[in-house]
Design a protein around this ligand. Structure first.
Ligand code: NAD
Length: 340
């Protein structure tokens, strides 16, 4: 398929955004990408080194909360793919204010600018966490596109607000939009504060793996490359004002089981597990029913969870130079957050 649109990708130096840019430019080399990223602790241009001199790729360092900058960039843009966010629940508990600034005010500034610059389409990346928490041991209960919002952390509350704003701009001002509410992503270039890369890198360093509470929290897991193909399909679907939930699993896997799977693949014993004080208000279970995107757009995950984990472990083993400095620079956060 020929793809010549100019995309404004926000947060493209982060985990999912950088995977998306690499995916998109490989598949659609004629397309242009402007990556607007504030380079917070989570932004890392090393993820994009392989395309940094590519003529169709431009990086702009700056915040989505900077209205003047956003307006200047939006001039030549056909579609916005909005990843930029403060994204870590634990950090939102320690400091909620920045989550409101970036996730709510920043999204509003982008929407306003997209509207006034007649941008053709706005795609917003959101999370299944906006739907709240499901009880454990209720396999029939799942989040879907029609589940009412019930966010429970400052992070999910800020993402819920941004989803509402996107829909409001669609309904009120006619902005063409789509939203994907995806489950927990894992894969290459994920900052090592999140469960899977934290476990892998700790094991590689001979350190114990911290597990919150009893480790029975359940999440759905989506391999990041599969998330990219889902966004690609949504961006090419002839459907505006539409929402899709995107997930990777069909059965519940508690966090403790994930850590055990990683330990097994890496040939280590369960004595490496260390239970630490649980996160306040820790949601018990997320499970997503991704049948709408499967039926309407023909999307499904390309790998099983075990295959995705193996690929991810392999990547972290091969790329110590990428994650080691990030972990070293964030020791204080790790100590504060994962203690007994
Ligand atoms: N990682 C997941 O499992 C997951 C799951 C569901 C939804 N999401 C959503 O996907 C999106 C991307 O998540 P991620 O895991 O890649 O996040 P990330 O934290 O790895 O990356 C976020 C990026 O946004 C940039 N950024 C932060 N504030 C900014 C600002 N004010 N202006 C411009 N750039 C800014 C950061 O520098 C970073 O590059 C987020 O919207 C998140 O809510 C993530």
């Amino acid at each position: 398929m020929q793809e010549t649109r100019t995309l404004l990708v926000t947060g493209g130096a982060g985990f999912i955004g950088s995977n998306f840019i690499l995916y998109w430019l490989k598949k659609y080399p004629e397309s242009k990408i402007i990556n607007l990223d504030a380079l917070t602790y989570a932004g890392n241009l090393a993820n994009l080194r392989s395309i940094q001199n590519y003529p169709n790729y431009t990086f702009v360092e700056g915040s989505i909360t900077n209205k003047e900058l956003v307006d200047n960039i939006m001039d030549d843009v056909d579609a916005v793919v909005h990843f930029a966010a403060e994204s870590h629940v634990d950090r939102s508990i320690l400091d909620p204010g920045i989550f409101l600034q970036t996730n709510v005010i920043g999204t509003h500034i982008l929407l306003e600018s997209a509207l006034t610059n007649n941008v053709q389409h706005f795609h917003h990346i959101s999370t299944d966490e906006v739907f709240g928490s499901l009880p454990l041991n209720t396999p029939e209960a799942q989040f879907s596109e029609t589940t009412p919002y019930d966010p429970r952390s400052p992070y999910s509350a800020s993402k819920a607000s941004s989803d509402h704003l996107v829909r409001a701009y669609g309904e009120t001002y006619g902005l063409s939009y789509t939203i994907t509410n995806c489950s927990n992503n894992y894969g290459e270039y994920q900052f090592p504060e999140k469960l899977i890369p934290l476990a892998i890198t700790n094991i590689m360093d001979g350190l114990k793996v911290p597990v919150y509470g009893d480790g029975m929290q359940v999440r759905d897991w989506l391999y990041v490359q599969d998330h990219c193909t889902a966004i690609d399909l949504v961006l090419h679907a002839d459907k505006s004002s539409n929402t899709y939930v995107v997930g990777g699993l069909t059965e519940d896997v508690p966090n403790i089981e994930i850590v055990k799977m990683i330990l097994k693949i890496m040939g280590k014993g369960e004595d490496m597990i260390e239970f630490v004080t649980d996160r306040p208000g820790h949601d018990k279970r997320y499970s997503v029913n991704w049948s709408k995107i499967k039926t309407e757009l023909g999307w499904k995950p390309s790998v099983s969870f075990e295959e995705g984990l193996e690929k991810t472990i392999h990547w972290y083993q091969e790329n110590r130079h990428w994650w080691e400095p990030l972990k070293a620079a964030n020791q204080e956060f790790f100590k504060k957050n994962y203690s007994k």
